[in-house]
Design a protein around this ligand. Structure first.
Ligand code: FAD
Length: 478
């Protein structure tokens, strides 16, 4: 008997793209290898894949038709937003038989509702644009990542992104009320609810948030909006060590908790890297310090800057901090942020860097960093720890740069060995090996070693149930 699915599976990829062109129009299909290049590798260059084509739908109906076609033909799909993910989740395999489903054309506002404090947008809108739309509505959308100009809100939800305001507003998951998702058989789950309270069974949206494209394609989202902060004030603070940074965090919690928006740890080596290789950066303080905190308050009432200065003074009196610069005007605040924002980019100028995106209980961060530095430099003398990031969430990007003058390739070849050292210390502290970037391809092999077996089996059951053919982002996460 003629089996359409089997017959379609045997068709060459050119026919897959021809069939997909019938859904989205020829101009929204990319098959040329040069034109596809930007979709095939990720920001760190760790993964490079191949794909049958890139398909760029313009509506949820088109996504549903694409996925239904793929389900029928067994064609595997790699969803992609802004391609800024850091664990290779958006990169296809090397086989070349997958299609990349790029959401970039789906960038429309569906509804702004300032009275309900909600914004409904399509998944391909960049995070920067989402923030601008909120601003236009007289509101504030707090998710904030250095990649905001390129990453999409769909990608942010698929990875459950964190960023620099999570200490105050939570991670991406906390900023969502409803989702629209295309399921693996092409059905549309329309759960664009604006309700805060809705206890009518399981919370399905949270299954898809953080699932890295393995359970469904997010096509639209209801976001929570917040009042625009009326005033912000930023400080760049020099400290003797991360213990002092932790004391400062606790003092800030006691005095200005409701206005504390950002609390980022920056080691001196990261400042040196930015001053050497970054753009328009200058050292905001007079003397060098072992480490720094970039601290920001955002509030609704007047006097935010005074409260920040009060905090700094109190920290001085207690001997917690050595020196601080405070900025209130937007340009001066931007100046202070410039160092933090360039850390990720400039590390490459110092040669190979082995990355870790980990979290431990906040109180453990200083001891954790000391243990990591000791263990890594014992194994690789001269290796440089560049541990920075979201101290207020216990989430540190605990990167290790190669010794000066070492062979880059030989150093990077020790990636797994260094990961093992760092992740063992993470485990000792009851932490997580992926705080905000996800699992993707990079940490897939590590997952069974760190995840509770019952939780892992439940994840596999969910995957089998929602995607029985395994066509959604195969080889990622599980
Ligand atoms: C300089 C820099 C700084 C960064 N800083 C941070 C940070 O502070 N915090 C943080 O959390 N991350 C950070 N990131 C990582 C990255 O920006 C986030 O993971 C972001 O959320 C990815 O969004 P994207 O649109 O680029 O997704 P992509 O990279 O395109 O995809 C990421 C994953 O989501 C899936 N996906 C994408 N769109 C969809 C969709 N619509 N439906 C289903 N699945 C989808 C992909 O298949 C993939 O698995 C940073 C990245 C860079 C380059």
């Amino acid at each position: 008997m003629f089996n359409k699915a089997e017959a379609l599976k045997k068709l060459p990829s050119i026919n897959v793209s021809a069939q997909l062109a019938a859904i989205v129009g020829q101009k929204n299909i990319i098959t040329d290898h040069v034109a596809m290049a930007n979709y095939l590798s990720e920001p760190r260059g760790l993964f490079q894949g191949r794909a049958a084509c890139v398909v760029r739908p313009g509506s949820t109906a088109e996504v549903a038709a694409i996925v239904a076609f793929c389900a029928e033909t067994g064609t595997k799909i790699v969803p992609q937003g802004g391609n800024t993910g850091l664990v290779g989740g958006q990169t296809p395999s090397e086989r070349g038989d997958e299609i990349i489903l790029s959401l970039g054309r789906m960038d429309k506002v569906r509804e702004v509702d300032p009275a309900s404090n909600t914004l409904i947008v399509e998944a391909g809108m960049t995070l920067a644009q989402v923030r601008a739309e909120a601003e236009n509505a007289g509101r504030y959308f707090p998710l904030s990542l250095p990649a905001a100009a390129f990453c999409t809100i769909g990608g942010n939800l698929a990875t459950n992104a964190g960023g620099t305001a999570a200490i105050a507003y939570g991670v991406a998951r906390d900023l969502v009320l409803g989702l629209e998702v295309v399921l693996a058989d092409g059905q549309i789950l329309s759960d664009l609810s604006k309700l805060k309270k809705n206890n009518t069974g399981y919370d399905l949206k949270n299954i898809f948030i953080g699932s890295e494209g393995t359970l469904g394609i997010i096509t639209a989202v209801v976001l929570k909006l917040f009042p625009k902060p009326r005033a912000m004030a930023t400080a760049f603070v020099g400290l003797a060590d991360p213990h002092a940074a932790l004391r400062l965090l606790n003092l800030a919690r006691e005095r200005v908790d409701h206005e504390l928006k950002t609390f980022e740890l920056i080691p001196r080596i990261a400042v040196d890297f930015v001053l050497a290789h970054g753009e328009a950066a200058r050292d905001p303080l007079l003397a060098p310090h072992t480490c720094y905190v970039l601290l920001e308050l955002a509030g609704q009432s007047k006097g935010v800057d005074e409260r920040l200065r009060g905090l700094i003074e109190a920290a001085h009196e207690r001997g917690i901090i050595a020196e601080a610069a405070v900025a209130v005007l937007p340009d001066a605040r931007k100046d202070l942020w410039r160092i933090r924002q360039q850390i990720s980019d400039v590390q490459a100028c110092e040669g190979g860097s082995i990355k870790h995106d980990v979290s431990v209980p906040i109180a453990d961060v200083p001891a954790f960093l000391e243990e990591v530095e000791r263990a890594v430099t014992e194994r690789i003398p001269g290796a440089r720890l560049v541990a920075f990031g979201h101290l207020g969430d216990g989430n540190i990007h605990c990167n290790v740069s190669q010794p000066i003058g070492a062979d880059e390739a030989a150093f990077v070849a020790r990636w797994d060995e260094v990961n093992e050292i760092v992740h063992a210390i993470v485990a000792d502290h009851g932490g997580s090996i992926s705080a905000e970037h996800g699992i993707g391809r990079l940490k897939r092999a590590l997952l069974p070693r760190v995840k509770d077996p019952v939780a892992l089996e439940l994840m596999r059951t969910l995957k089998r149930t929602l995607d029985p053919q395994g066509i959604l982002n195969p080889g990622k996460v599980l």
